[in-house]
Write a protein that binds this ligand. Structure first.
Ligand SMILES: [Zn+2]
Length: 125
C-alpha cells in the first residue's frame, strides 16, 4: 500500500471513530434521561437523590441532572404527563422559592445558604 492510500484511509477512519464515540455519548444521555423518567414516575426525588440513584458523582452531577430535567419537561408534554415541582425552601427562615428547575444557592430573605433542594415527580396530566 502506498502512503497516499494509507492517509486517505486515516482520513476516513478518524471522523468515523469520533462519530461513534459521539453516538455512544448520546446513547448514554438518552438512557440516563429514561432512567430519570422511570424513577420520577415512582416517587419524588431531589436533584441530589437522583445523582445518587444514577451514580453520578462530582461537582457537575447536579447540573447534569438539572439539564436533563429541563429536557424531560419538554418531552413530557407530548406524552400527556407533567413534571411536578416542589419548590426549594430555606431551612433557616422557611422562605419558599419559585417552583423552578434550579437549585438556589442563597435565601433572598435571610441570606442563609442552608437550602432544601426542590423535589420533582412525574404525574399524568
Ligand atoms: Zn431564609
Amino acid at each position: 500500500m502506498c502512503f497516499k492510500n494509507l492517509f486517505s484511509l486515516l482520513d476516513y477512519h478518524v471522523p468515523t471513530l469520533s462519530f461513534i464515540s459521539h453516538l455512544f455519548d448520546n446513547l448514554a444521555m438518552m438512557t440516563r434521561r429514561q432512567r430519570i423518567i422511570k424513577l420520577l414516575e415512582e416517587r419524588d426525588y431531589s436533584p441530589g437523590e437522583l445523582a445518587v440513584a444514577l451514580e453520578l458523582r462530582g461537582r457537575g452531577a447536579k447540573k447534569v441532572i438539572l439539564e436533563d430535567l429541563k429536557a424531560i419537561q419538554k418531552t413530557l408534554k407530548r406524552e400527556g404527563k407533567v413534571l411536578l415541582i416542589k419548590p426549594a425552601e430555606c431551612r433557616k427562615c422557611g422562605f419558599i422559592f419559585r417552583p423552578e428547575i434550579n437549585i438556589p444557592s442563597r435565601c433572598p430573605k435571610c441570606k442563609s445558604e442552608w437550602i432544601e433542594e426542590p423535589r420533582f415527580k412525574i404525574a399524568p396530566k
